[in-house]
Ligand binder design. Structure first.
Ligand code: PGA
Length: 253
């Protein structure tokens, strides 16, 4: 089902597979319409199904990424890029090595940089120079973070070093052998960087996200819920499964 609320488009799909397919369709359409699209990409468990659907489409000859450019949202800090917990590694394994995107056209914030603030500022400058992101893919944290913009008292502007909150460290510890192994910091695109994308799509799946999705779409616009900033964007599309949409469905109907 497709809904519209205050200019935001909201797709509610039956389950994770249907949500992933719908999100993949939007990404593939962007690349078809604009073969040299700049994609803003996300990691986490949520987009994995979408990336699988994109890879399938590529294998069937339905998509060409030879001119596509990508900029990822975030990376742990510090982390070696060949570490299997790094987002460099995640992107290679889940998407880049399966499609014909050129390695030199893919960008993920550096987790290895000795001067993080400098490389982060360069990341934004580079993005600005090429005209910004055409389509930004987002997941959402249980605490409302997008990228690693954690709840706070202000919206972060540009890409920079951030402290992860305890709730994010706990949520992400499922991927690590021990919670102590989860990095305490990350480099993340800022809210302003994200909001400069021409189009934004946010994916969420499962009952655990239902509350934060309701706050994101219907709540106050506040840095306490970083994703609520999306209410100010002119072209945002949510891809939800029924479980993640449980709290908003009664408000949409
Ligand atoms: P998840 O993470 O997709 O693994 O739930 C989302 C996020 O933290 O942004």
């Amino acid at each position: 089902m497709k809904y519209n609320y205050r200019g935001m488009t909201i797709y509610v799909e039956k389950d994770y597979a249907a949500m992933s397919a719908a999100a993949a369709a939007m990404l593939l359409q962007e690349v078809r319409e604009n073969p040299s699209a700049v994609l803003g990409l996300a990691t986490g468990s949520t987009p994995i199904g979408m990336y699988q659907a994109v890879v399938k489409a590529y294998e069937k000859g339905e998509a060409d990424f030879s001119k596509v450019v990508s900029y990822n949202l975030d990376e742990y800090y510090p982390i070696q890029h060949d570490n299997d917990q790094s987002y460099h590694y995640f992107m290679k394994e889940n998407l880049f090595k399966h499609i014909n995107i050129l390695p030199e056209n893919t960008h993920v914030p550096s987790g290895e940089s000795k001067d993080v603030e400098k490389t982060a500022a360069e990341y934004d400058a580079e993005l600005y120079q090429i005209g910004g992101v055409d389509l930004q893919v987002l997941g959402i944290g249980n605490n409302g973070h997008i990228g690693f913009n954690e709840p706070g008292v202000v919206f972060a502007k540009g890409t920079g070093l951030v402290d992860l909150t305890q709730s994010t460290i706990e949520a992400n510890s499922r991927f690590f052998a021990a919670i102590e192994d989860v990095p305490k910091k990350a480099v993340s695109m800022g809210i302003a960087t994200i909001m400069q994308a021409k189009k934004i799509m946010l994916m969420a799946s499962g009952q655990g996200k239902a509350g934060i999705i309701a706050q994101t779409i219907f709540g106050e616009i506040t840095p306490a819920v970083p994703a609520s900033a999306l209410q100010l964007h002119r072209n945002v599309t949510f891809f939800l499964d029924e479980a993640a949409a449980a709290e908003i469905l009664p408000l949409l109907k």
